[in-house]
Write a protein that binds this ligand. Structure first.
Ligand SMILES: C=C(O[C@@H]1C=C(C(=O)O)C=C[C@H]1O)C(=O)O
Length: 88
């Protein structure tokens, strides 16, 4: 039993490495967008863009039992990008 879990945990570590690297890229990009918003005095919150992202995620996750979980994660990621943009 322990070795079964250990194998899956190693798999999770690899997946986490990918997520970390992609999250880092995503936050770098939202940071750049934040700098442009500051320069042109634009609103940080862009609700129609967020709806577009959530719709795209739901479409991509149509056959996944984790659709709602993934949408929750994305809402959280977007709220953190906005917090980071507001620090600029
Ligand atoms: C990144 C942006 O800023 C905010 C954060 C978003 C995100 O994390 O995807 C989307 C829309 C905005 O509320 C943007 O305006 O595109």
């Amino acid at each position: 039993m322990n070795s079964e879990i250990e194998k899956l945990r190693q798999e999770l570590d690899k997946i986490d490495n990918l997520i970390i690297s992609q999250l880092n890229e995503r936050f770098k990009t939202t940071h750049q967008i934040g700098k442009i918003k500051k320069k042109y005095d634009l609103e940080i919150q862009q609700s129609s863009r967020e709806t577009e992202i959530i719709n795209r995620i739901r479409d991509k996750c149509k056959n996944s039992q984790f659709e709602d979980a993934i949408v929750r994660v994305y809402r959280y990621i977007m709220s953190i990008s906005k917090d980071e943009q507001s620090k600029l």
